[in-house]
Design a protein around this ligand. Structure first.
Ligand code: SF4
Length: 389
């Protein structure tokens, strides 16, 4: 528990730290979540990278209501809402540039709000729909070069190969550690809860990377030695577009129902840490490879549905998953279609994997209904698939 307390304290003081850094002239570059913008380039150009990852509260939705319609998903509305809210989450007021990948149309529209209603420069990072092929590679490499130039002109620092390689080494360490910690949950009784892992994951997107390496090293050592005894419960994989920092509702309900989430497949999570940047080739080519070609999958990229189904099967096998909870936010259209494909795939698998789809709109009004559905789902797994735990 010591390490989680430390992480929470670090997160609490991050806004003050960013304020201090900015007062010394350091620039802060924020990225929308989804793992398309290489943080390594931002770091190598002398800026402090952060990822906008908060959500889960309705005050941010209310604050965005004058500019964003209710038919947009709550995560995208929250990103602008937190910027509009005074003092709610200070780091939403503490960046000097925003990088917005052109993936989800709702986030692109959110970026346009920043572009036209704030003084913050926005760089829309073009992401090709096909993630393979030479043309996509060339296009993405060009776009990353443009992003690099924009950050360089913000900080006044040039990126060279040595700086980029040093930043790649730092983030490689972060991904390695996150993956090692996540894989501890392959054990019959996982030594850490999903809520703890997700907090580490979110912290790694918000804190200074040098601090993250230190915290993750400590976390790995603490969790490796944690004595949790023997307590086998249904093992759940959570899948969906994103789970924001502050959006712990569904996770809490699953954990309170007596099941354990042993692995999650979300854009800001597994896509960030599962694959690493190759440090033995040209650094820019390695970044293109990691951020475009090697990523497990997302709903915006063309031709990757099959790859994602295989990836989910692999996670189910490796983490010995008993059931899948698809968690998405209301009105997330792209992922909605994929939820149908994945559910069909799992129901027809041999053996079939139980799957449930749940949605939320960051509103406490849906708590009871979510709890009833999830509790019933977990009960069914216990009764039908294991003959009791
Ligand atoms: S939840 Fe879906 S619609 Fe909302 S920002 Fe993420 S991908 Fe886009």
């Amino acid at each position: 528990m010591k390490i989680m307390k430390k992480v929470r304290e670090k997160l609490k003081s991050r806004s003050l730290e960013l304020q201090r850094l900015r007062s010394t002239g350091k620039k802060v570059v924020a990225c929308f979540a989804g793992d398309f913008a290489p943080l390594e380039i931002i770091h190598a150009a002398g800026a402090e990278p952060i990822t906008l990852i908060s959500g889960g509260t309705t005050d941010a939705l209310d604050a965005s209501a004058h500019a964003m319609h209710r038919y947009m998903c709550p995560f995208s509305r929250a990103q602008y809402g937190y910027y509009e809210l005074q003092h709610a989450i200070p780091y939403y007021k503490m960046f000097d540039m925003l990088v917005a990948p052109t993936t989800c149309t709702q986030l692109i529209q959110t970026a346009s709000l920043f572009e036209y209603h704030s003084d913050i420069p926005v760089f829309k990072l073009g992401v090709p729909a096909p993630t393979d092929g030479e043309r996509s590679k060339t296009y993405f490499k060009t776009v990353l070069g443009m992003m690099q130039e924009r950050v360089e002109s913000l900080t006044g620092e040039k990126v060279d190969d040595d700086k980029l390689k040093a930043s790649i080494a730092l983030y490689r360490r972060i991904r390695d550690l996150l993956k090692q910690i996540s894989e501890l949950r392959k054990q019959p009784t996982p030594p850490l809860k999903a809520s703890e892992f997700i907090l580490l994951n979110h912290a790694s997107l918000l804190l200074a990377p040098e601090d993250v390496v230190e915290l993750l090293n400590e976390a790995l050592s603490e969790f490796s030695q944690r004595d949790v005894g023997q307590n086998e419960t249904p093992r759940i994989l959570m899948v969906g577009p994103c789970i924001a920092m502050g959006d712990g509702k569904v996770l809490d309900i699953i954990e309170e129902s007596g099941a354990a989430v042993v692995v999650e497949d979300f854009a800001e999570g597994i896509m960030y840490y599962w694959e690493n940047v190759d440090d033995s080739v040209d650094p820019m080519d390695a970044l293109v490879e990691k951020y475009l070609m090697k990523r497990p999958n997302c709903a915006f990229t063309r031709g990757t549905t099959g790859r994602h189904l295989e990836f989910v099967s692999k996670l189910i096998k490796e983490f010995k998953v008993d059931g899948v909870v698809w968690y998405q936010l209301r009105l997330c259209d792209s992922y909605n279609v994929h939820s149908y494909t994945l559910s069909e795939y799992l129901r027809n698998a041999d053996p079939a994997i139980p799957v449930i789809k749940v949605e939320s709109e960051y509103d406490i009004a849906d708590n009871n209904q979510l709890k009833t559905r999830i509790d019933t789902f977990i009960e069914t797994i216990i009764t039908n698939f294991k003959g009791g735990f």
